[in-house]
Design a binder for this molecule. Structure first.
Ligand SMILES: [Mn+2]
Length: 383
């Protein structure tokens, strides 16, 4: 049996000011082509199908089309909800959809009940474990211990006890949306550390022939049989060096036989660059970034005027701008209270202009600040 493992589609997400729905649709096209070309039997999608509980309409449309097109290839699909998805909304009409060969698992009741799919060697049991909100799962299963390790440990006990009742030779695939200890996060996953211990050891999945993980957006291999596929697209600048795509896995009679990675198309490369604005606007070495989505950090000691407008003339896809002056200005280690004790309101305002911009106010600006303070004082006095 040949599997394709993907996760973290985050349909409906944008990247800074860019709407990603076309890039996400292009990924779905690529996914369908890959399913056909690689003769995939089962597609597993490990959560964060949507970016939020109430996804935008074009994302809902794209998701519906994706499921239908996967099914049209003849492949089956098993999907779980992630921490960005609404369990209840994704669970809509699942019993009916199940009959078509697409199996969405997004409730606690279904944990430990496999989707059984046969190949030439016999049955493969797919156990979908939706993202477990620790306190909700703890109450549902009446557990005493808090945190992710406890609830996922319990979910895996249910999986193992079901598997023990299956005929000998039944192989198993677990889908889970979790943060495994030692894995590398990026800037685009929502924090799940609230409510107790966040990380689970990879050993919690012992007993499964393959564990298809979601949640972290970088592809990574925790053990040979426990892997993250990562998201199909970069969702933060911290992912500039990620390689995006899906795992393609072969199961034989005894378990996982091989794993290969199929790269996804890159809609537009991303990069983080930094320098002085004049250098960024003129030096030839920046030319290769003109078609990238960019996060630019300016190191000019004095903050330039309208920097983004100027930068976009050379880098039309610049999305994010930061400032980090490279000349450390004189440090003053007195406390804030002591520093402001003998300063007037206008002086403090002018200090702020100096600090924020990197250059002191001009005479004209000084006059404006003083007039503003004067007018406020007059108004207070005549109230
Ligand atoms: Mn995610």
């Amino acid at each position: 049996m040949r599997l394709l493992h993907t996760s973290d589609w985050h349909l409906g997400r944008s990247f800074h000011r860019e709407n990603l729905i076309d890039a996400q649709a292009a990924f779905i096209d690529h996914l369908i082509d890959t399913i056909r070309a690689e003769r995939i039997d089962v597609v597993v999608v490990s959560g964060d199908l949507y970016d939020r509980a109430l996804p935008p309409l074009d994302a809902v449309r794209l998701f519906g089309e994706a499921l239908r097109r996967i099914r049209d290839t003849g492949a089956r699909a098993v999907l779980i909800s992630g921490n960005h998805d609404s369990m209840v909304r994704l669970g809509y009409a699942t019993e009916l959809i199940d009959a078509s060969g697409v199996h969405v698992r997004s409730s606690l009741e279904c944990v430990g009940e496999p989707v059984l799919i046969d190949d030439a060697h016999g049955p493969v049991a797919f156990y979908g474990i939706p993202y477990l909100e620790p306190e909700i799962a703890r109450h549902h299963w009446r557990l005493t211990e808090r945190g992710h390790p406890a609830v996922l440990g319990h979910a895996m006990q249910r999986v193992r006890s079901d598997l023990a009742t299956r005929p000998a030779g039944t192989r198993s695939v677990v889908l889970s949306h979790a943060f495994v200890s030692g894995a590398e996060p990026s800037d685009s996953e929502r924090d799940i550390s609230v409510g107790g211990a966040a990380h689970v050891p990879a050993s919690v999945f012992d007993g499964a022939d393959y564990t298809a993980l979601g949640h972290l957006h970088g592809r990574q291999r925790m053990t040979d049989t426990v892997r993250y596929s990562g998201s199909p697209l970069a969702y933060s600048f911290s992912e500039e060096h990620h390689v995006k795509g899906c795992w393609i896995l072969d199961l034989d009679a005894s378990g996982l036989a091989s794993a290969a990675f199929a790269e996804a198309p890159v809609p537009r490369p991303i990069a983080r660059i930094s320098g002085r604005i004049d250098d960024l606007l003129t030096a030839p070495r920046w030319e290769r970034y003109t078609d990238h989505w960019l996060q630019i950090t300016l190191t000019d000691p004095i903050r330039p005027v309208f920097p983004m407008d100027r930068l976009r003339e050379r880098f039309p896809h610049a999305l994010s701008l930061g400032f980090a002056p490279d000349e450390d200005r004189a440090r003053d280690d007195r406390t804030w209270t002591r520093r402001v004790a003998d300063r007037s309101g206008p002086d403090l305002a002018m200090d702020f202009i100096d600090w924020a911009r990197g250059a002191p106010p001009t005479d004209e600006e000084r006059r404006l600040v003083r007039t503003a303070f004067e007018e406020v004082r007059m108004r207070e006095a005549t109230r």
